[in-house]
Write a protein that binds this ligand. Structure first.
Ligand code: F0G
Length: 385
């Protein structure tokens, strides 16, 4: 009975939309919440206060599988024969794997030009999804795939799909379970399309309604500086959910400014290189439920933090390390206290994006310059080099 082996479907009573006969699962969600004292020291927390939720352990190597199993199950219930997504890499890897493993659907993937990491692209190709590179970035790809999916009746698995977010709620259930249902003070999560933060807030709100959680952890969302729309709107322009009476004008004005400046999202953390997060309103709601904050971190901070995670005996990709970098900032600011308990969500495996990692550690000057030096990033400076 495969349902017993999935760290997602163990919690199906908390997202009861699927009949068991439809469930598509390949063992996703068997992940670990691990204490990390070396990284705690790096960010300025007391030993024993930092946990890393290792979502790289999923079948396709990222947290996306938590949502993909739920979306696929729903797609199967609708009788869909084709599923599509736009992706910075991980959603496409996950979609391609679930298509190949289930044999139920043909996968169609839209990627932006140039930025997807080879680890992720190789997964999409190897699992046999139709992979289309467009002239444009992720935001363009998402607009195009939404239009095409609507016209042709293709099932869309991007995180605007609410069933995906239902599956991603289980990341929080597993964190709470690991901590014996003693909620941590903070959960730190990278912000891209803002699906994770939206689903985490929903999970906490529902657990409170069910009297399974007395006080929700606070959420800290970390943007990359080169893709910081959420930070800009929430922290700089004061946009709030405000019981659903948020001002969508503020979002529109900001996006128009981005267009006028012809600014492209740009960060080494390619997974979160997104200017127009589709879940922005839901994310605002999540931060209202949890008393959240948003921060931005530079590519340098991200790579330095990533190397600390690696040296500490875990591994993650750049977008995931944004959490550790952001946490370090929040401790330095005094927003998070050294004795508070924090969980950082490591969303993707270290093997997802090896190029930046090798460039960061190499002694080959040309390789370093080509990948990092020309972007103003400095080499590894930490002790184990
Ligand atoms: N971390 C990783 C490793 C990701 O791949 C993504 C998103 C995020 C964080 C951000 O999560 O969108 O819920 O805020 N990757 C998407 C993709 C966009 O296409 O793979 P979010």
């Amino acid at each position: 009975e495969p349902l017993d082996f999935s760290g997602v479907w163990r919690f199906r009573a908390l997202f009861p939309f699927a009949s068991e006969g439809h469930v598509v699962t390949i063992g996703e969600g068997q992940t670990l919440c691990l204490r990390s004292d070396p990284v705690a020291t790096y960010v300025g927390l007391r030993p024993g206060r930092l946990y890393l939720q290792y979502e790289g352990l999923n079948p396709s190597g990222s947290f996306k599988d938590n949502g993909m199993t739920a979306a696929f199950t729903h797609a199967r219930m609708t009788g869909a024969k084709r599923a599509a997504c736009a992706s910075t890499g991980n959603t496409s890897a996950s979609l391609a794997l679930y298509c190949a493993a289930s044999g139920l659907m043909r996968g169609i993937i839209f990627i932006g030009s140039g930025k997807i990491s080879y680890g992720k692209l190789s997964q999409a190709l190897e699992h046999g999804a139709l992979t289309i590179q467009i002239a444009g970035d992720f935001d363009d790809a998402l607009r195009q795939v939404q239009e095409i999916a609507r016209q042709l009746g293709i099932y869309l698995v991007n995180s605007i799909n609410p069933f995906r977010l239902e599956g991603q709620k289980t990341i929080m259930y597993r964190v709470l379970e690991s901590l014996h249902w003693q909620p941590p003070d903070w959960i730190v999560v990278p912000g891209g399309n803002l699906g994770n933060v939206s689903s985490f807030g929903k999970a906490f709100g529902e657990l409170q309604q069910l009297s399974l959680l007395s006080r929700p952890p606070r959420l800290a969302v970390i943007n990359a500086q080169g893709a910081n729309t959420f930070y800009e709107l929430y922290e700089r322009r004061g946009l709030r959910w405000n019981g659903g009476r948020y001002d969508p004008q503020v979002i529109q004005i900001y996006l128009k400014e981005l267009d006028a400046a012809a600014r492209r999202a740009d960060t080494l953390a390619s997974a979160i290189e997104i200017h127009r997060p589709v879940n922005l309103p839901k994310a605002l709601r999540a931060l209202e439920i949890c008393g959240g904050v948003v921060r931005e971190v530079s590519d340098q901070e991200i790579l330095d933090a990533k190397a600390q995670v690696g040296a500490g005996g875990l591994g993650c990709e750049p977008a995931s390390a944004a959490t550790v970098a952001g946490l370090r900032r929040l401790v330095a600011e005094g927003v998070i206290q050294p004795e508070e308990t924090v969980v950082c969500i490591l969303t993707g495996h270290v093997l997802k994006d090896p190029d930046a990692t090798v460039a960061y550690h190499t002694d080959d000057r040309a390789l370093f310059d080509q990948k990092l030096g020309r972007r103003g990033v400095k080499r590894a400076t930490y002790a184990n080099r």
